[in-house]
Design a protein around this ligand. Structure first.
Ligand SMILES: Cc1cc2nc3c(=O)[nH]c(=O)nc-3n(C[C@H](O)[C@H](O)[C@H](O)COP(=O)(O)OP(=O)(O)OC[C@H]3O[C@@H](n4cnc5c(N)ncnc54)[C@H](O)[C@@H]3O)c2cc1C
Length: 385
């Protein structure tokens, strides 16, 4: 389908595809098997200028928007979602700074993120606070010259590898969600350490780790926005970042579709390639329809956000839910087309199937996002502009 991308966006997509095919493809199985963080690949992406596609030019980025980031994430994910997530999570850790940071904060941190020298991460989740983010217990206590953080964040993507963390903590416990604030915390801050590194089902090249704050002192100028704005900023951030996750799911589903078509053309049973069977053809046709529909929704939502729209909660949730359900369905059907070998580790399909599952869970589970979509529908009585 023709998406009328700009020349720069076409170049970004093509360049990422080349790097993914030439550099990621040969090592993806090994990265997955060894659960190894893809520093070498990230360095190649950084050298190609692809880490800061969404960061304004004055801070060293390419000056694109969310769609530009989606294109990078989609193309990487077509080959390896674990690698793609490390880029996407840096976006997640950077968007709040981009939107609410002071000029000093932006000039201090954005150039190194744009150049790929440093990665970022976003830390909200805790053992007591997953879908119910209001259950966070990490506190930030004001002192004369800054804040002291105490608490533990869990399941943080890029944990341990990133240099910069946007951390949500309570500055006024008694106010509940209205008492949360966002802070920029640097790796190496006194009292900040890393706990358990998770062993995962999929996206195993990415790092998922606990962050531990024990009387962690951070300067007062590291607060993002004002005290009490933490949850509002988080909801806005997630609305903004979900199409990126949708792009991860679209890339993954596209990779699985291509592999399934390729295999169906080669595998001979009953004297013919299995693609000659109408049952197989219809599965492939349905997969292609779903992937293209998901891509169209993700791109349209990213464009809507880039155009400066004010409210995109519903569209963003729809793009994430539809694309991630598509990735799960398409990778499941791709294994079916591969038959027994699809179940084996020698073929990339079982990895894609494992990688797909997380897209239905993080940045809001698909059940919780359906709640959010329904809540918007109740407000608008289902009417659209
Ligand atoms: C690999 C990985 C990476 C992650 N990266 C990050 C990160 O970088 N930063 C970060 O802050 N967090 C991160 N997370 C956390 C992630 O966002 C949460 O796991 C997710 O939001 C779900 O929370 P939970 O795991 O506590 O599940 P729970 O909230 O305990 O949900 C369990 C089940 O109950 C359902 N459920 C809960 N409430 C409702 C409801 N109201 N209505 C209907 N169903 C409901 C859920 O849909 C789910 O099926 C990551 C998680 C993983 C696994």
């Amino acid at each position: 389908m023709e998406y009328f991308l700009t020349e720069q966006q076409k170049e970004i997509k093509a360049l990422t595809r080349t790097i993914a095919e030439e550099k990621v493809l040969p090592v993806r199985a090994e990265l997955d098997e060894k659960e190894e963080f893809p520093w070498e690949i990230l360095k190649i992406l950084a050298d190609a200028g692809l880490c800061g596609v969404y960061i304004p030019k004055e801070y060293g980025g390419l000056g694109g928007g969310l769609l530009d980031l989606c294109l990078v994430v989609e193309e990487l994910s077509r080959i390896c979602s674990g690698v793609a997530v490390s880029c996407a999570a840096t976006g997640l850790g950077t968007f709040t700074l981009l939107e609410h940071g002071t000029e000093e904060q932006k000039s201090k941190y954005l150039p190194d993120i744009a150049s790929g020298k440093k990665l970022a991460a976003f830390a909200l989740t805790e053992a007591t606070a997953g879908s119910d983010a209001a259950g966070i217990r990490t506190t930030a206590t004001r002192t004369s010259d800054g804040y002291v953080l105490n608490g533990t964040k869990q399941f943080i993507t890029n944990g341990g590898e990133a240099e910069l963390y946007t951390v949500i903590a309570l500055t006024a416990k008694e106010k509940g969600p209205r008492g949360a604030s966002a802070f920029l915390v640097e790796k190496g801050a006194p009292g900040f350490s890393f706990g358990r590194k998770e062993k995962k089902l999929g996206i195993r090249a990415s790092s998922t780790r606990e962050l531990v704050f024990e009387d962690c002192l951070i300067p007062k100028e590291n607060i993002l926005g004002r005290e009490g704005m933490g949850f509002i900023m988080t909801m806005r951030l997630l609305d903004r970042s979900r199409p990126g996750l949708g792009a991860q799911a679209v890339g993954l589903a596209q990779g699985a579709l291509e592999a399934a078509v390729d295999y169906a053309r080669q595998r001979i049973q009953f004297g013919h390639p299995i693609i000659a069977q109408q049952a197989v053809q219809h599965m492939l046709a349905d997969m292609a329809i779903q992937v293209e529909a998901a891509r169209a929704l993700v791109y349209a939502t990213a464009r809507m956000i880039d155009s400066g729209a004010k409210n995109f909660t519903q569209e963003s949730a729809m793009a994430k839910v539809f694309a991630s359900d598509t990735a799960m369905k398409v990778t499941t059907d791709a294994i079916q087309i591969f038959g027994g070998v699809g179940y084996m580790r020698d073929y990339p399909i079982e990895k894609m199937f494992r990688d797909a599952k997380i897209t239905q869970i993080y940045e809001g589970t698909n059940q919780v996002l359906r709640n959010a979509i329904a809540s918007e529908l109740r407000k608008t009585k289902g009417m659209r502009a």
